[in-house]
Ligand binder design. Structure first.
Ligand code: GTP
Ligand code: MG
Length: 195
């Protein structure tokens, strides 16, 4: 399986240091502490990405290669209050430019804690991805934190809000802790990466 072959490639402090802009890439984005690195580890059954209880752990653009042409990308989390304003603005700019300019980028996974979905920051990224017509997958992470009923309701509410804003996106529940929700993500990734 392609995703189990994932290998750490490199960490880029800025866009200039990214690997050559060829092939296919899917990026994982979301607020600090949303569970991006945990989800990547879960999907690749590896411990590639560093996870942390401290928000703001991932400050670089981390690239993982699946094969010669395909990569998964762990983006720095945003919206972490303790990061100085100037640094936050710089991340925001880098993130925006990566999404708008990166040719290899074929799909965008936006992760949000199921208990705090669709913050202002999330909407900003959704708009940027929408500008580029990127395929969007919204993962409601840490779904183990809610019971099945409330989790389902939250899923429906997020789907409805996106629909109201005219955003075409697939929305799914995900739990790294319980390894739940991987199969639909793999299927979606296969499509974007043309596997
Ligand atoms: P940054 O790199 O800081 O942007 O954070 P991140 O989005 O990569 O989050 P990370 O994966 O490091 O996880 C943050 C915290 O949430 C850690 O304490 C994880 O153990 C916890 N966490 C992640 N996924 C889950 C999950 O599915 N369920 C539960 N209960 N906790 C989770
Ligand atoms: Mg991280």
């Amino acid at each position: 399986q392609l995703y189990a072959q994932a290998q750490y490639l490199l960490s880029a402090p800025s866009l200039k240091e990214c690997p050559e802009d060829t092939g296919w890439e899917v990026a994982f984005a979301g607020r600090s502490n949303a569970g991006k690195s945990s989800a990547l580890n879960c999907l690749t059954s590896a411990r590639l990405a560093r996870t942390s209880k401290t928000p703001g752990r991932t400050q670089l653009i981390n690239f993982f290669s699946l094969d010669e042409q395909r990569r998964l990308v762990d983006l720095p989390g945003y919206g972490y209050a303790k990061v100085p304003e100037a640094m936050r603005r710089q991340w925001g700019e880098q993130l925006g430019r990566y999404i708008l300019e990166r040719q290899a980028l074929r799909g965008f996974v936006l992760l949000m804690d199921i208990r705090h979905p669709l913050t202002d920051y999330d909407w900003q990224l959704i708009q940027v991805a929408h500008q580029r017509d990127l395929c969007l997958l919204v993962l409601l992470t840490k779904s183990d934190k809610l019971k099945r009923g409330p989790a389902k309701n939250q899923l429906l509410a997020v789907q409805q809000q996106l629909e109201e804003e005219g955003i075409a996106a697939q929305v799914a529940l995900f739990s790294s802790l319980k390894s739940e929700g991987c199969a639909p993500v793999w299927r979606w990734l296969d499509q974007q990466l043309e596997v």
